[in-house]
Design a protein. Structure first.
Length: 475
């Protein structure tokens, strides 16, 4: 469900997203488990309830293999039987599985009503685990996917209550910590988000589940927030750990790998390793197309592949991939979604770097406006977009406007994310704007700071660019 927070560097806190309830869904097809957890059906309907659960189990198998649309297709024909039987635990189970499958199949407009129905059917019948799991999924769906933070927070309170009632210290509490981390990251509270993820990992460790798909997803989210905090080498180590965990439990072709591979590729681009980045970016795209088809994760994979191609000097091919990503995001995301915002920003930057600054400016402004509507002005993501706008204004030959914009971004970043991703690039862009305005002494100061910051964070392309500008000044 979760698709790490925004496209490009921002999917980072948009990816990953990805909270599959695979073991919980599997238990919904385990008749022995269900019989122990809730009151059994009346004898006249017991056989048919068992048959429907078996059919739901076939859908679960497809879900666990990453065939989310196939799972949805198998569950929909069961709904008339569920209504006719009138057995609330079965209603909770099937509607939960349907809502979860729809969330992952990118049918997110249909998912909330089915998950909500599952929650209340579970509450009526004492099906505590389904109630808790549905509430957790609704936190993620509203607070992250559908950009309805108030509803996400409201469902978080329901989820907390369910966990406190029946699942404290269990894997479900780890699931809750994951979505609470996503909500924190959505609000720009990245250290708080990481703390939630680490608490979830500690729970899994105590349960002996430290090497599971959920642990890998938690690691991917930690990596994405480390990226946003400017700690890319740490993030790369975490992404590699996530991929290593999955090797023993999931095929490489499973869609859970798409975001982790892509985020790792983006970090390698930023650290000046475009060759290895292209390898991971291509793997991300192949997995996405094979397992998901036309999906936001597939769009993200194209975006990352475009970034890696451009870093290797193939700007035209990179542009094609970015435009493909924009096309898929437009088709699969609601208007104004932050995935769309980031792809507009990233495509705008690419265009500006390759001589089309006017068109690039249109894209960046569009993305910035989407970020403002989603987050407001005092959010790290919006501030980063303001920084990118300044960079494109400079490429468009408007250094005075660029400097004013970059200075606004600098002031805001010092408040909302002082050591975060983009700080070194912002200092570099500011130094170049000052140079274009003939303010050499100030430019040199900003460029030295850019070089130092980039060196500390191993951002060799930024450090090298700042060094080139400083050498030019010295001549």
């Amino acid at each position: 469900m979760i698709v790490l927070e925004e496209g490009g560097r921002g999917v980072v806190a948009e990816a990953a997203g990805a909270v599959a309830r695979l073991p919980e869904i599997a238990r919904c097809a385990d008749r022995a488990y269900l019989a122990a957890a809730v009151a059994p059906p009346e004898p006249p309907i017991a056989a048919r309830v068992a048959e429907v659960r078996d059919q739901a189990g076939a859908a679960t198998a497809r879900f666990r293999a990453g065939d989310y649309r196939g799972a949805e297709a198998r569950l929909l024909p069961l709904i008339p039987d569920v209504a006719r039987l009138g057995y609330a635990p079965l209603e909770a189970e099937v509607y939960y599985q349907l809502g979860a499958a729809q969330s992952w199949a990118d049918n997110k407009q249909a998912a909330p009503s089915n998950l909500t129905r599952a929650f209340f059917a579970a509450r009526r019948s004492g099906h505590d685990e389904v109630a808790a799991t549905a509430a957790i999924d609704l936190v993620d769906l509203y607070g992250y996917e559908l950009l309805q933070m108030d509803l996400g927070k409201a469902w978080a309170e329901h989820a907390r209550a369910e966990i406190a009632h029946s699942a404290a210290g269990t894997r479900l509490e780890a699931e809750l910590m994951l979505v609470l981390g996503v909500l924190s990251g959505r609000q720009g509270l990245y250290p708080e988000a990481i703390a939630h993820y680490r608490k979830a990992l500690a729970i899994l460790h105590r349960l002996g589940e430290a090497r599971t798909p959920l642990a890998a997803r938690l690691l991917t989210h930690i990596g994405s927030d480390l990226d946003t905090l400017g700690r890319l080498p740490e993030a790369i180590a975490v992404y590699r750990q996530a991929l290593s965990l999955r090797e023993g439990v999931l095929a490489i072709s499973h869609p859970d790998n798409v975001n982790t591979l892509g985020l790792l590729a983006l970090d390698l681009v930023d650290l000046g390793a475009p060759g290895p980045a292209l390898h991971y970016a291509f793997a991300s795209m192949v997995v996405a197309h094979a397992s998901l088809g036309r999906h936001p994760k597939t769009a993200f994979a194209h975006e990352v592949f475009g970034a890696a191609l451009e870093a290797l000097g193939a700007g035209a091919a990179g542009r094609q991939e970015m435009e493909r990503a924009l096309e898929i995001f437009t088709a699969t995301r609601p208007p104004g979604h932050t995935n769309l915002a980031w792809i507009h920003v990233e495509l705008g930057l690419l265009l500006a770097r390759h001589g089309e600054a006017a068109l690039g400016l249109e894209h960046v402004r569009r993305g910035l406006e989407m970020h403002r509507r989603a987050f407001g002005d005092a959010h790290p993501t919006t501030v980063e977009s303001v920084h990118k706008l300044g960079t494109v204004l400079l490429a468009a030959g408007r250094p005075a406007e660029a400097l004013a914009t970059l200075d606004r971004a600098s002031v805001s970043m010092a408040t909302v994310n002082p050591d975060g991703y983009g700080t070194a690039e912002l200092l570099l862009a500011r130094g170049r704007a000052l140079l274009a305005l003939g303010r050499t002494a100030e430019a040199e100061e900003s460029l030295i700071a850019a070089r130092q910051t980039a060196a500390v964070r191993a951002l060799s392309p930024v450090a090298a660019a700042a060094d080139r500008e400083l050498r030019a000044i010295a001549r």
